[in-house]
Each structure stands twice: as C-alpha cells, then as structure tokens.
Ligand binder design. Sequence first.
Ligand code: SF4
Length: 284
Amino acid sequence: MSKIKIAELFYSIQGEGRYMGVPSVFLRTFGCNFKCAGFGMPKGELSTEVEAIASRIHEFKKYEELPLVSTGCDSYASWDPRFKDLSPMLTTDAIADRITQILPFNEWQDEHLVITGGEPLLGWQRAYPDLLIHPKMANLKEITFETNGTQKLTPEFKNFLIEWQMPHVDFTPEVTFSVSAKLSCSGEERHEAIRPDIVCEYEEVGYAYLKFVVATEEDAEEAIETADIYRAEGFTGPVYLMPVGGVESVYTLNNRRVAELAMKNGLRYSDRLQVPLFKNEWGT
Ligand code: SF4
C-alpha cells in the first residue's frame, strides 16, 4: 500500500479556476520544487516572513496553528522542510477513510477532488493510482491537479490517468490540470518556471488551463507574452488571470484591477473566493 505525506486534507468550496464554487475535497501534499518568495514583494526583493515563523516553530503543535503570511508562498508549510513534522505520512487507505469521513454524505456525490500542494506532481505520482482505485473512491467523477506546470508525468501515471477516464455506466471521469505557471513576480527563474513542453503533455491526458497570478499591468503583459509561448508550442486551453493576495488586505487592493485587465485582454478572470469567504484560513 502506498503512502503520501499530507499537509492538509479538508472539505471546502473551490475558490479558483474552472471549478470555482464547486464543493471540493482538498488533498494538499507535502513538497515543492519552488519557494515563490517574490509574491507581494517589490520587484527583485524576496519575502522573509517565513523566517520569523520558523524561528518560533516550537510554539506550533498543529499545521492549522501556523500564522498566515501576506508575502511569499501562502502555503509555505506544505513544502518548507522546517515544518515537515506537521505533515503526517498517511497510507492511501487512511486517506480514503478520512475523505469519506469529511464528505457531507460520507461518499462521493457531486464533489470534486483537488490534489494540490506544494507541487502535487513531484514523486507522489507513484502513489495516486492506489488512492484513486480505492473502493471508497469509486464514485469520484472529477479531479484537478493544481500544479506549477514543471513536473513531467511519468509514463505509468500518464497511462493510469488515461485509463481512469474511461466511460463508466453512468458517468465519464475527468482530469483537469490547473497550471499556475510562475511569472517573474514569484521570484523564480523563468527558464525553470515556464515549461510549455510539459504543459502540452498534460493536454494529452486531460483538460488543462493556465492561471497566472498578477498584481500589475506589467504582470498582465508578462502573462500574455508567456501565454503566447505556450500557444506557440501547441497549448490550446484557456488562460486565466488571478489576483495576488493570500490575505484580504492584499487581495482587495487588486482583485477588481485584475478583473479589468482580464476583460481588456480577452482573458478569463479567476477569483480566489477562499480569501473573501474564509479569509484564506488553513483548511479552506
Ligand atoms: S509553486 Fe505553489 S506551492 Fe510551490 S512555492 Fe510556489 S506558490 Fe508555493
């Protein structure tokens, strides 16, 4: 039986992208290949907010007790090794059990599964088949992988996902890749963050879209230029602009502006409903 290191497992409303508003189980895996310390910072500067939290790590017994941050990656504890002990390693059996406990009717109905991170397409690709073929997951119809779009699918996992989407008697399961490709405002290196070859491969397996986190007109211009690079490699999915802001004060400063930039450029707007609805607390 496979195991996955889980930072969070909770039931909420999907606040972003294609399934915005859909009741969803979120499985947040541990580990990421990026840090995204540039979010919310002046150009060229990196956030150090997490350093102060890490220096008080002994004060926090549970993941949910950790402070939220207004700059850098808002899910820092799902990949920063200093917080790794707050994320248990669970068997796929235990995960399937917990999922049925948190579903409102203790079985899959119209809910959607979001596998997020961290970066969920790191090594856990080898464990997901065990989870997805578990009898308690039999009625699951839709999965989204929220990925940064830099991790190639293994041939085994790619084949598994294609087979998983074979029509059932009364429904056809569907896989979505919500690709949050990182622009320069993330602080990550462009040649590592922008991998159209990998994202085009996701389109061979499921529905994929690009979702760029932006704060300014300059970011929106970079998003449009970057989307063109993906298009030139053959990417066909839609493109969303989403406001930066893991805390409400930052989000409300730029959500309307980003919606206007999306309209002006004929792109889709993604909200982050978890911020106005739930203040982006852990477990939302
Ligand atoms: S890719 Fe996502 S999870 Fe990883 S550091 Fe960046 S924002 Fe955080």
